[in-house]
Design a protein around this ligand. Structure first.
Ligand SMILES: Cc1ncc(COP(=O)(O)O)c(C=O)c1O
Length: 371
């Protein structure tokens, strides 16, 4: 988890001395977002297992857990390995783990953490059980249910019971519960319709849990949820935990396409003006390789009069309203990324700022851990 000497030496320096472009994290905003989500989930009596795929940073995961999260969610085994090495124990890998190479790594991971993996077919159960049959500690398994996203996940109802029975009867495995992700319902503009459609989609989770219990199978965890549905998932019947994670960073997509409010923009890209080719145009040193703008355009903090009109590989083109035409080469701007997930993966580290001063530099240690 080491940082480059250039950035580490920034600690204690003002933001004005940070070279551009830089991925910045406003620590006050991050802490406020974490506290808000802890309070929100407690109010609704569900646990918080934030997805770490956006920030990929152990320091952030440890802050979340210290504040009240029960553990974290990861997308990949490789991410889970990084977080476990940093001391996180309770890690849901919200994915299917397949193949002998990964089985060996999963067994090693189980020695330092208590991961949970998802299955949606008997093949997964058979392979995991072969790998864990003689392991000292069992592996926790969730049955992933397709709640309409049509990605991975078994059909709700009887197939869930079949899979669960097989897990319960398999050496080395322990059925921990079920999960589904309502990622196809995050952009519904009408709040009432969004609530209804998510509640309907997730209703298959308690229905499947009831079938399991009728079959005499305990189902402790019912996991679902993301940032775009953070308000709704915890009030859906039967849900025991939410995976919403990106909201600790927040971005323009969550705010303006998913209607998420109440969280601060903790993730910011510091960019510098490098060219002023026309009175109404400026060019910054943050392009597509620095900030993601496909799902939503990046926004310029505090400047409604500046629009990010295009991103090419290394350049961002700005269109300036009359009131912004005094922008000069060398000026610096803070951008809210269009989408945080796809912005963070472009960077090695967060420059962590509090009240305009660099407090730390945190590597995105799980970046690139795609296996
Ligand atoms: C399984 C799963 N859970 C939760 C999420 C939501 O993550 P976030 O809150 O960062 O948007 C996703 C997003 O893709 C996901 O795939």
């Amino acid at each position: 988890m080491s940082s480059s000497p250039a950035t580490t030496s920034l600690v204690g320096r003002p933001l004005a001395e940070v070279d551009t472009p830089a991925l910045c994290l406003d620590l006050d905003a991050l802490e406020a977002n974490i506290a808000r989500m802890v309070a929100h989930t407690r109010r609704h009596g569900v646990a918080w297992r934030p997805h770490a795929k956006a920030h990929k940073c152990p320091q952030i995961a440890l802050l979340e857990i210290k504040a009240g999260a029960i553990g974290i969610t990861c997308a990949k085994l490789g991410e889970a390995e990084v977080f476990a090495a940093a001391g996180v124990r309770d890690i849901l890998i919200a994915n299917q783990i397949v193949g002998p190479l990964k089985m060996t790594r999963l067994r090693a991971l189980r020695q330092i953490a208590d991961p949970i993996v998802c299955v949606d077919s008997l093949e997964h159960v058979a392979e995991l059980s072969r790998a864990f049959a003689d392991a000292p500690e069992p592996l926790r398994v969730l049955v992933e249910i397709n709640v309409g996203l049509n990605r991975a996940g078994t059909t709700a109802g009887a197939p869930v019971v079949d899979l669960a029975r097989r897990i319960v009867g398999s050496r080395g495995l322990r059925l921990a519960g079920i999960m589904g992700y309502e990622g196809h319902l995050l952009n519904i503009p009408d709040a009432g319709e969004k609530l209804e459609r998510i509640r309907d989609a997730l209703a298959v989770l308690p229905e499947s849990k009831a079938l399991l219990e009728q079959a005499g199978i305990a189902c402790e965890i019912v996991s679902a949820g993301g940032t775009g549905s953070y308000e709704i998932t915890p009030i859906c019947p039967g849900v025991t935990e939410t995976q919403a994670g990106g909201l600790v960073l927040m971005d323009a997509y969550y705010k303006h396409r998913c209607g998420v409010s109440g969280f601060e923009h903790a993730l910011l890209v510091l960019a510098g003006v490098v060219s002023r080719p026309a009175p109404d145009r400026a060019v910054i040193d943050a392009g597509r390789k620095c900030v993601h703008g496909d799902l939503h355009k990046p926004l310029v903090v505090g400047r409604d009069d500046i629009e990010v009109s295009r991103l090419t590989a290394e350049h961002g083109d700005l269109t300036l309203a009359q009131s912004a035409r005094d922008l000069k080469i060398g000026d610096r701007l803070l951008l809210v990324p269009g989408y945080s997930d796809f912005t963070c993966v472009l960077h090695d580290e967060f420059v962590v700022i509090r009240k305009g001063v660099v407090e730390a530099v945190w590597p995105l240690a799980a970046r690139g851990k795609l296996k």
